[in-house]
Design a protein around this ligand. Structure first.
Ligand code: URA
Length: 434
């Protein structure tokens, strides 16, 4: 088999066989196929697309390129969730304790912030002492003991995606549904859970800017998961406004703690309940959506999810006192207020710009490996639909003495638009695919 012939086939829009896709993924992972040929194939896939069969075969080849986590030693049903990335998305910190408090097992591998979107690992590391680098044995031991563990992706999991993602990033081939779906689903399949819920975000702060694209991505990913024998579902959710009010690592942990105590913002609470409810349905614990959501809601009200969260923090070396008193989490040296320049309703808030502003304040990275400031970020005081008078505080910017906040302030000011009329807000959850 020759890579040249595979390229020619895809360039002509023909379907690649399972053997050809394995040949490519294995050869590229081993370093036998050069970047220039892999780039050409990625571009041909971007331009000509892939059938569902091809996307599934590509995903399986990628998943099998390294170690596949075996969760069979965990007693109980294993669950996993994945968000395609958003601003202020701290749902994992809430959904996983809800599910673990109901007896499900979550061996959750999470990532760091990417571009304008935040990452769960960065958020958790703002809790003093919390360790996200666990060996395979420690990871499974922690899940056995507490029902859940959240760690960075370790070892040799999906090496093909590591190489391909880096290549896509520099060859303008990130935006392709088969490539995004195979990248995400190969990692989910390798992580081993029986039930997978995908939170596909759509809107100004998401990868997917239109509902049609988001629906297609969700459909392709659920198909891949189900074909691979995992119970897979998806929610398509709104990222036209940040989730909750906090954007930035320690600020988001504090908001997650409040939500776990049943005192969180309405949008964040609702979405977490739907995500947890979705997984309860996929796990077969509840038949109906309403019943599943009631179970999840009850865990926030009765304190069980919060108790589980504290147990999880302690099990990973963190100080659970921070959950009781989130005011003790890292605090920014400086604060600056953003004021409304005119009276009216907040018509929209460009969420990508909001994420960019928080990165500039130090909450995220411009380049992989850059340090971040756990205390930096934005606390929104007004969101779309709210009425403001001139001079009202729109947001608080949190940053260290080493940061000049001018650019972030300008970006955030422009991200808000004010109108005389109360806007009609788009729904928080567009659709569920089960
Ligand atoms: N997240 C991933 O893991 N892969 C993609 O291709 C896009 C988002």
């Amino acid at each position: 088999m020759r890579m040249y012939d595979i390229l020619l086939k895809k360039k002509r829009g023909q379907e690649l066989s399972e053997r050809e896709l394995h040949f490519f993924v294995e050869g590229y992972t081993r370093g036998e196929i050069p970047d220039y040929q892999a780039s050409a194939l990625l571009m041909a896939i971007c331009l000509n697309g892939m059938t569902e069969r091809e996307t599934t075969d590509l995903t399986m080849a990628m998943a099998e390129s390294g170690e596949m986590l075996d969760l069979s030693s965990l007693e109980g049903i294993t669950v996993d969730k994945h968000s395609t990335g958003g601003v202020g998305d701290k749902t994992t910190l809430i959904v996983i304790p809800i599910l673990a408090s109901l007896g499900l097992k979550a061996a959750k591998m999470s990532g760091r912030g990417l571009g304008h979107t935040g990452g769960t690992i960065d958020k958790l590391e703002s809790i003093p002492g919390f360790c996200t680098e666990l060996s395979r044995e420690e990871f499974l031991k922690t899940v056995k003991k507490t029902g859940a563990a959240i760690a960075g992706q370790t070892g040799n999991l999906v090496p093909a995606d590591k190489k391909l993602y880096a290549l896509r990033d520099v060859t303008a081939t990130v935006e392709s549904i088969p490539l995004i779906a195979s990248s995400i689903m190969s990692k989910k399949l390798a992580a081993g859970a029986q039930c997978i819920l995908l939170d596909v975000k759509v809107g100004s702060g998401a990868f997917m800017k239109t509902l049609e694209e988001a629906k297609e991505l969700a459909r392709v990913m659920t198909e891949i998961g189900n074909r691979a024998g995992r119970r897979t579902g998806a929610l398509i959710t709104n990222m036209d406004r940040p989730l909750g009010y906090a954007v930035g690592n320690a600020l988001e942990v504090a908001e997650a703690c409040e939500t776990l105590r049943g005192r969180g913002p309405e949008d964040l609470t609702e979405i977490c309940i739907r995500l947890a409810g979705g997984l309860l349905q996929l796990a077969g614990l509840c038949k109906e959506k309403e019943e599943a959501c009631e179970w999840a809601r009850a865990q926030l009200k009765n304190g069980c999810a919060f108790a589980k969260w504290k147990e999880m923090i302690a099990a990973q070396g963190g100080d659970a006192q921070f959950a009781e008193n989130p005011n003790r989490l890292p605090k920014a040296e400086k604060k600056l207020f953003l004021f409304a320049e005119e009276e009216g309703y907040i018509a929209s808030l460009n969420t990508e710009k909001c994420g960019e502003a928080s990165v500039l304040l130090g909450a995220g990275r411009e380049r992989k490996g850059d340090p971040i400031d756990p205390a930096a970020g934005i606390l929104l005081k007004k969101k779309p639909g709210d009425f403001v008078r001139q001079g009202d505080i729109l947001a608080e910017l949190h940053f260290s003495g080493k940061v000049d906040p001018t650019a972030a302030q300008e970006i955030l000011q422009k991200a808000y638009s004010v109108s005389l009329y109360k806007p009609e807000l788009s729904p928080l959850i567009y659709e569920d695919l089960f």
